[in-house]
Design a protein around this ligand. Structure first.
Ligand code: SF4
Length: 297
């Protein structure tokens, strides 16, 4: 019996027997493992980030662009992978030239990953490991990854419980995400780059600006300002894309004015390292096809 209490939901599911609230069962399913070129510049660099997209998610964001793979733990075409298979995928991506191994939505799969990462290192992996998560995590779980993860790439989506409940079904999101981000910073500090501007170690916080929610963005930025150094790297994303049938105010893209107000506020707080996006980034081309592709060398 493997009762799971790894994430804030603490659903206690027996993952040997079935899926938890995140959709994940005993083994992770990989929807895609390939080089990805649409992350922040220090992550994608010139050779791409070695992204391993996992199925399942412990949040239920109404605007999720990856719902094909986030709402279930074993979507069509995805491949089950134990720690040995994951270690081999990591090594394969490095051999293809990826700057790093980018674990996308890793939170439901901590038990396999805490074995897979050391195994990949033992087999010769040298690339940094990126933890690319929604931020809804338990600090107790993250503490076990100290020394295993090099680069933390969490979202900080909301401060307000009302918005977190309305849009993601998780009113306690900020309680957990805020502490998770402080733990990530404690472990790895401010982002460090190599001579070519590629990330080696540290933290980048992502925040997606939402329509009619610039005040929420301000609250997120205020939290970062009050709790972390002004050198902290922030990725202020404009790529919100409505999915069909979305209700107001999420039925439209961000306006230039909304994004400018968000970016101006970040600048007014003195942040030195803010990645911004063009509004044209709101295109589905940034969402890869999840067809179980495992890139081979
Ligand atoms: S990771 Fe999944 S199974 Fe584990 S506590 Fe969270 S929702 Fe439940």
């Amino acid at each position: 019996m493997i009762e799971c209490f790894e994430c804030p939901i603490m659903c206690g599911a027996d993952r040997e027997l079935g899926a938890g609230a995140c959709g994940a069962g005993k083994l992770p399913f990989v929807a895609r493992a390939a080089r990805h070129y649409y992350e922040e510049p220090p992550i994608s660099g010139t050779r791409g980030s070695g992204a391993i997209f996992f199925a399942g998610c412990n949040m239920r964001c109404v605007f999720c662009q990856n719902s094909d793979i986030s709402r279930t733990g074993c979507p069509d075409g995805a491949i089950p992978a134990d720690e040995s298979a994951l270690a081999d995928m990591m090594l394969g991506l490095e051999e293809l030239g990826a700057h790093n191994v980018n674990l996308v939505t890793p939170t439901p799969h901590t038990r396999t990953l805490e074995k897979a990462i050391p195994l990949a290192r033992k087999r010769g992996l040298t690339a940094p490991i990126v933890w690319n998560s929604n931020g809804y995590e338990r600090t107790e779980t993250l503490a076990r990854f100290e020394g295993l993860v090099d680069i933390w790439l969490p979202d900080l989506k909301y401060v307000s419980p009302t918005l977190a409940e309305r849009y993601s079904g998780r009113a306690d999101y900020f309680d957990f995400a805020s502490k998770a981000i402080l733990e990530m910073h404690r472990q790895s500090g401010v982002l460090e780059l190599d001579g070519e501007g590629i990330a080696k170690k540290g933290l980048i916080i992502r925040h997606l600006v939402l329509p009619c929610a610039v005040d929420e963005t301000r609250r997120v930025l205020d939290f970062i300002k009050e709790n972390l150094p002004t050198e902290t790297y922030i990725s202020l994303m404009s790529q919100y894309t409505p999915i069909p049938g979305m209700k107001k105010p999420l039925d439209r893209r961000l306006t230039k004015g909304e994004y400018r107000r968000a970016a101006d506020y970040a600048a007014s707080l003195g942040f030195a390292n803010v990645f911004t996006q063009k509004l044209s980034s709101a295109e589905s081309a940034y969402t890869p096809e999840f067809n179980g592709l495992i890139e081979r060398f």
